[in-house]
Design a protein around this ligand. Structure first.
Ligand code: GRF
Length: 221
């Protein structure tokens, strides 16, 4: 029998690591469904104090911190990043709370196998402080998006979205928590389908094949 090829996933983080955790275990603590065909081969952080590194270490996943103490160019940092990433020949690179803007050159290198999770219903509220801005704007529906990364920040082809209601008594924390819960459902689904080749980037759109109609469109009431 031919040996099964394990698909490597590399996850880039900067902070807490709850989406990384969600990738490792489903919300109900079952084993992640895509195993054993894929594995998180490495977690890379641009900060040595990222809690996400602890999450990775607790699961025995190799961690790398790619940072430069002195101010350095984005290109130099990305060269170091690419070197580490490419060492794992990943099928997929996941930005799970990675707080750096990437150059077009870096994005091009991983085009079609680089995804990001963003805490808003894009194209609304790209960038930072999405929950606060959603409350200020008075939207009644908010949510999260997983998209292929393109050169423009938070503007790549949308793969999946989860929508949640915004309630009159919400504050930033309550809204963020509601969205985050859905992020944790959304990201593992997307990773699985991309690795299966059922989600592909084609002419700047995410094309789905044999994916149940509501699987990547979550509506939570
Ligand atoms: C998430 O809200 C994600 O959408 C955004 O950064 C946050 C990361 O949270 N890009 P965590 O580190 O996964 O807990």
């Amino acid at each position: 029998m031919p040996a099964m090829t394990i698909k490597n996933i590399v996850v880039l983080v900067s902070g807490r690591g709850s989406n990384l955790q969600a990738l490792l275990f489903s919300a109900t603590n079952e084993r992640w469904e895509i195993e054993p065909g894929a594995r998180i081969a490495a977690v890379i952080s641009d900060r040595d104090d990222a809690e996400a590194l602890g999450v990775a270490r607790a699961h025995g996943i190799p961690v790398h911190v790619v940072s430069h103490a002195e101010p350095t160019s984005r290109v130099a940092l990305e060269a170091s990043l690419s070197q580490v990433i490419d060492g794992y020949a990943p099928a997929l690179v996941v930005l799970a709370g990675f707080m750096r803007v990437l150059t077009p050159q870096f994005v091009r290198r991983y085009l079609g196998r680089l995804i990001n999770i963003h805490p808003s219903l894009l194209p609304s509220f790209p960038g930072l402080n999405t929950h606060q801005r959603a409350l200020q704007a008075g939207v009644r529906i908010h949510g999260a998006t997983v998209h292929f990364v393109s050169a423009e920040v938070d503007a790549g082809a949308i793969i999946a979205q989860a929508a949640v209601p915004v309630f009159a008594d919400d504050d930033e924390a309550s809204l963020a928590a509601r969205v985050l819960q859905q992020e944790h459902r959304l990201l593992p689904r997307v990773v699985r389908r991309v690795l299966e080749g059922r989600v592909q980037l084609s002419q700047q759109r995410a094309v789905l094949r044999d994916v149940a109609r509501d699987e990547l469109s979550l509506l939570v009431s």
